[in-house]
Each structure stands twice: as structure tokens, then as C-alpha cells.
Design a protein around this ligand. Structure first.
Ligand code: ATP
Length: 262
């Protein structure tokens, strides 16, 4: 009906180490979300501390919201339901009311878990969704007062101003993930290039300075394109693609490759 994906912590393959330049937000997330989840099953757990039932990650596209959501689930050791509401079409109008019940009853069975809704603002713009939304909010409210379960609804959006106030109110924990600063870009570039063969003429500080306005996703694309450029010397050799018997080494990525890519 709606594309959704259930992932167990072991399958998430995303940890804090995959997220660069966001140590302050991660620290806040640890205290607000991870610690309250982890303490739940400890002896003498505090009854005063509960993870927030609604969490909003907001900021420009490609800055790591989805990456963070997956890392949070993995670090907290909870399952992750990735709910893609954008795949809902008019065709499924009659089914939409059943959807929220199905999602919450699945969540109740497999908890502790996070229900992740990317582009949560879409709930507003789809005309076939009011019933589903009303039911979703009702079930969400049921969670908010019941601390015996551990089901967290996490939404992500590029445009928090377009998200309905009724939804925003249910997300008391909100984290802004902005475009990376020069220092953050440096950390992201270092992470992306960690296992790449990069020539000594490539200066990561310079690269970070020249990429003002780039998101983490843009930086990844920049490095990927530079990595493609460095293969040109193989192609230029007689304009023939390498076959497996060709044992010429692939050269490191040079500053020239980055200049082309930029
Ligand atoms: P959208 O709003 O378009 O859904 P998003 O904010 O959810 O974007 P992601 O999908 O998490 O962004 O990021 C896309 C990719 O960019 C990531 O898979 C990762 O490769 C890279 N990336 C973005 N930010 C970071 C970061 N802070 N550290 C490491 N990689 C990053």
C-alpha cells in the first residue's frame, strides 16, 4: 500500500561514525533521546525520564537528516520503520484510514522502534490524507501518555514552516541540521575521502573553503565526480576501456580532478 521499510538495528549499517561535522547536535540527541531509551530497562531506571514521543529533524536537503535518523536508531538499538507517505496515491484512498492503525500496531509489536517519516510536510499537501492524518494523530496521542511502550515518531522536513501546527506540537524535540560551515565541510570531506587514494596536491582546507553553500550530499557528489575524472587517463589510452588483464594502477585523485568536478 504505502512503501515502507522495516529495518532492525543490525541492518541499519549507520552509526555516529558515518555522520561528520554534527558533534554538537549528536551530543544533544544523545542526552535527549538515546540516554532515556537506554536507561529504560536498567535496574533503578528513573520514572521521570522518558524519550520524546515526537522528534523533528529540519534543515536544507542533503544535510544528513536521514543519515542521522538511521544512526539514532542504530545507536539506541531500536527498530526503524521508514514510512514513505509520498508513495500514497488516490488509488489507495479507501486504504489510507487503515494505514495508521497498521503502522502503529506493527510498531507496538516490534517496539522499541522509531517510525520515521521523511518529508513529513507531505502529509499536509496530499488531499487524500485528512482521514489518515486524523487517525495518525489520534494514535500518536495515545503513545504520548503511555510510557510503558517505546515508540518514537520522527519526522524530517526541509520546510518546517509548511508543517501543520498540530504535527509540530507533537514534536517537542526539534533539531536543526543546517548547511555545513567551513569546518564542518572539512570534516565531511575527510570522512568521504577516508578510504580514497588522494594525491598530496589535494588540500582539504582549500576544498572546504571553495565549497561554500554545499550540503553533505553535494560534497559527496563533488568527490564522486572527481573520482570519475581521475579515470580519464585510463580511457585516454587509445580510447579503449580497460579490460581485466590491464594491470595499470588507477592514479590517485588530483587537485585537477577536483577543479574539473567543481
Ligand atoms: P533530504 O532532505 O533531501 O531527504 P537529508 O537531509 O535527509 O536530505 P541525507 O539523505 O541524510 O540528507 O544525506 C544524503 C547523503 O549525503 C548521505 O547519505 C551522506 O552520504 C551525505 N551526507 C550528508 N550530510 C552528511 C554528514 N553530515 N556527514 C556525512 N555524510 C553526509
Amino acid at each position: 500500500m504505502i512503501a515502507s521499510q522495516l529495518v532492525t538495528p543490525g541492518q541499519l549499517n549507520t552509526s555516529w561514525e558515518d555522520v561528520a561535522g554534527l558533534s554538537l547536535v549528536i551530543q544533544e540527541i544523545r542526552e535527549t533521546i538515546i540516554l532515556p531509551i537506554l536507561q529504560r530497562n536498567r535496574r533503578n531506571a528513573s520514572q521521570l525520564i522518558h524519550p520524546p514521543k515526537g522528534i523533528l529533524l529540519h534543515g536544507p536537503p542533503g544535510c544528513g537528516k536521514t543519515l542521522l535518523a538511521r544512526a539514532i536508531a542504530q545507536e539506541a538499538g531500536v527498530r526503524f520503520i521508514n514510512l514513505d507517505v509520498s508513495s500514497l496515491t488516490d488509488k489507495w484512498y479507501g486504504e489510507s484510514q487503515k494505514l495508521s492503525s497498521a503502522v502503529f500496531s506493527l510498531a507496538a509489536k516490534i517496539q522499541p522502534c522509531i517510525i520515521f517519516i521523511d518529508e513529513i510536510g507531505i502529509l499536509e499537501t496530499m488531499k487524500q490524507l485528512p482521514m489518515m492524518k486524523a487517525q495518525f494523530l489520534q494514535q500518536w496521542d495515545g503513545l504520548a501518555t503511555d510510557h510503558s511502550n517505546c515508540i518514537l515518531v520522527m519526522g524530517a522536513t526541509n520546510r518546517p514552516q509548511d508543517v501543520d501546527r498540530a504535527i509540530i506540537r507533537r514534536m517537542p524535540a526539534a533539531f536543526h541540521i543546517p548547511l555545513p560551515s567551513v569546518t564542518q565541510r572539512k570534516e565531511i570531506l575527510k570522512l568521504i575521502l577516508k578510504s580514497e587514494d588522494v594525491n598530496r596536491d589535494v588540500n582539504i582546507d582549500n576544498l572546504a573553503m571553495k565549497t561554500d553553500g554545499f550540503s553533505g550530499s553535494d560534497l559527496k557528489e563533488l568527490c564522486r565526480t572527481a573520482a570519475v575524472y581521475r579515470l580519464r587517463h585510463l580511457l585516454l589510452k587509445g580510447n579503449e576501456l580497460l579490460d581485466e588483464s590491464d594491470d595499470e594502477d588507477i592514479k590517485p585523485i588530483t587537485v585537477e580532478d577536483f577543479v574539473h568536478s567543481l
